[in-house]
Design a protein around this ligand. Structure first.
Ligand code: NAP
Length: 594
């Protein structure tokens, strides 16, 4: 299969300096490698202060002490939005920033590929949400960059259609939108043109007005032009006196080789610390909460091993197909699109050992260890499917190959299930089952943890012959309707002794009335703050590809034909056989809450 990434440019004269000076931040991604005193950037400064205190404060991804989060003792159930704001100090930075610090630096965010779907749907709205909630620094500018010819006003018109104010905070919405849009500008240019990036640089400088400039580039573009953009921007539009960071959207390659090549090319212009590989699943509230749940509740961590856990299921499903956007998807398929990144990242967070601290490197070190401990994935532990057309009550649903952007003979899987194992002392023998699919009967992403049987269960006879149904199951529903619930056995009130399975249910919308920020908001904020914990390090990426590349190659080389399943169904039957092989039943299809 041809590589889909442009080769690294050989024209670069850039090189990376080998050392940093104490108390200084080395700025790469630049025309020159410049060392600047930390003092020059408020964001860097805040970050360094947080870092300095990391052994004393547990911090959330946005750098706030976790102990600043309200424990809400004494409150009956939910909080009103106002109470919630108050109890959290409206989640404002706990570290004071002096007026001088605020004024002496600027933040410029350039969204490369600003004319695209992701930019309009996610990135600009996330930036506005951050602005609306006062998370952005005082001096900030947003630039859109793409080839499409647009004026500043046209960009503003386009993005204004996708901006929304928080449902619970509509005050000053129009004003805030106007203020935000006034900070948005556009520059049309080619992705490989140093001249065009030079012009962007001049415009950025004009807005920065001689202050220390911190620059964030968001690459919301197809991967074949990542390196062109990084090269041009690096040579012509990086900051000379502050930091420069680049957020890179997936896909990070399509196998070990292409991913390694992409990393190697990016590292001609950037250091690892400047590359923020985004997996937006890591910014999702429930995924972020996974570690909190496990490491700050005594009732969970002691159970987190093969001794108590029978199997773990990572499930992703969409209730729609590619709908005319299959061109991109057909080149990747569901394993690369969802499993190798989103689901595997969640698995690594779920299964990692306790990190030394919540510092990015400590957490990422533990995730890499899990990934590197995984048993090589065998083809017989993978099943693939593709949705076919289907008619139901006068409506017909198209097959994947009906999508005009998909070849008629495509064998690209739109569904896959896999059984994975971690060869370490904690997880030896525990199946981690993954399942991801498009055009299924429901839309959801969740982690299901099925616990072992209660030994010598006194109530055995109350459960009949199906003891599996009596085991506990912990479900983390990532989307939609975020929730954590635990299935337990409970006595039905009354004089008899009848048991049923009930849920201890933490439904977020009932407990936390404030709207949950979009994953892109959290991740953008983290990138601005230099917090890398929720971004993927290159060795994590290598380990993730090492796990999936052999099986992906085998699927392609052996021309494995995917099992067809009807659009809107529960997926191919093969997924049930795969689970049954390891004595597992898919929790989402158990009938309890499917
Ligand atoms: N959409 C999503 O929900 C989503 C989710 C996760 C990841 N991603 C990734 O994020 C990136 C952006 O997604 P998107 O949906 O916004 O993509 P897109 O709309 O296809 O592309 C973004 C912009 O890139 C430029 N472009 C498109 N194809 C190009 C080509 N062949 N050569 C040069 N420029 C091209 C276009 O701008 P101009 O023509 O104006 O230059 C386009 O507006 C992609 O890498 C995608 O894989 C997207």
């Amino acid at each position: 299969m041809a590589t889909h990434f442009s080769p690294c440019s050989s024209s670069s004269t850039n090189f990376l300096p080998s050392s940093c000076f104490k108390n200084e931040t080395t700025v790469l991604f630049s025309r020159f490698a410049v060392t600047v005193p930390r003092k020059s950037s408020w964001v860097t400064q805040i970050h360094s202060r947080i870092q300095g205190r990391k052994h004393f404060h547990i911090k959330s991804s946005n750098g706030h002490p976790l102990n600043a989060v309200s424990l809400q003792d004494g409150l009956d159930g939910s909080l009103t939005a106002k109470e919630h704001d108050k109890s959290q100090g409206k989640e404002k930075p706990s570290i004071p920033i002096s007026e001088a610090e605020k004024e002496e630096s600027t933040l410029s965010i350039t969204v490369v590929g600003a004319s695209g779907d992701l930019a309009k749907k996610k990135i600009f709205p996330a930036l506005f949400a951050l602005f609306y909630e006062d998370w952005l620094p005082e001096n900030f500018t947003v630039f859109g960059y793409a080839r499409t010819k647009l004026t500043d006003e046209e960009l503003r018109n386009t993005i204004s259609r996708t901006l929304t104010c928080r449902i619970d905070q509509r005050e000053n919405c129009e004003d805030k939108m106007d203020q935000f849009l006034k900070r948005c500008f556009y520059h049309a240019g080619q992705y490989d043109s140093e001249g065009d990036f030079s012009e962007l640089d001049s415009k950025l400088k004009e807005k920065e007005a001689g202050k220390v400039s911190n620059r964030l580039f968001y690459l919301s573009i197809p991967p074949n032009i990542f390196v062109d953009v990084v090269r041009s921007a690096s040579l012509r539009a990086s900051s000379l006196n502050g930091w420069t960071r680049v957020i890179v959207e997936k896909p990070f390659g399509r196998d070990s080789e292409s991913s390694g090549e992409l990393t190697r090319c990016l590292k001609q212009y950037l250091t690892e610390d400047q590359i923020f590989r985004i997996d937006h699943y890591l910014g999702k509230e429930l995924v972020e909460n996974l570690s909190v749940l496990r490491f700050s509740n005594l009732v969970f961590e002691p159970l987190w091993s093969r001794d108590y856990i029978r199997n773990v299921q990572l499930i992703f499903s969409e209730d729609f197909g590619t709908e005319g956007r299959g061109g991109y998807f057909d080149n990747y398929g569901i394993i690369r699109d969802i499993m190798q990144n989103h689901l595997l990242q969640i698995l690594a967070l779920f299964a990692m050992e306790t990190p030394v601290s919540l510092d990015a490197e400590d957490v990422r070190n533990e995730k890499v260890k899990v990934l590197r401990s995984m048993k090589p994935l065998q083809l017989e532990d993978v099943i693939v499917g593709q949705y076919k057309g289907h008619s139901k009550s006068d409506r017909s649903y198209p097959a994947y190959t009906d999508d005009p952007t998909v070849p008629k003979d495509s064998r690209t899987p739109t569904f896959a299930a896999a059984a994975l194992f971690i060869n370490n002392a904690r997880w030896d023998g525990v199946p981690f089952l993954m399942k991801a699919g498009k055009a299924l009967h429901t839309r959801r992403a969740e982690v299901r943890v099925q616990f072992r049987h209660v030994p010598g269960n006194l109530y055995k006879r109350n459960f009949g012959t199906d003891l599996d149904k009596a085991t506990n199951e912990l479900v983390l529903r990532v989307q939609p309707d975020e929730a954590i619930y635990l299935k337990i056995n409970n006595k039905v009130p009354g004089l008899g002794m009848r048991l049923d399975r009930s849920d201890l249910n933490l439904l977020y919308s009932a407990r936390y009335p404030r709207e949950i920020p979009d994953a892109y908001e959290r991740l953008l904020l983290d990138a601005i703050a230099g917090e890398r914990r929720l971004f993927i390090r290159s060795d994590e990426l290598d380990a993730a590809w090492a796990l999936f590349t052999p099986v992906l190659k085998e699927l392609e080389q052996k021309k494995i034909v995917p099992e067809l399943y009807p659009h809107g169904s529960r997926g191919p039957v093969g997924a049930h056989y795969l689970a049954a092989k390891y004595n597992v039943r898919w929790g989402d299809l158990s009938g309890d809450d499917s």
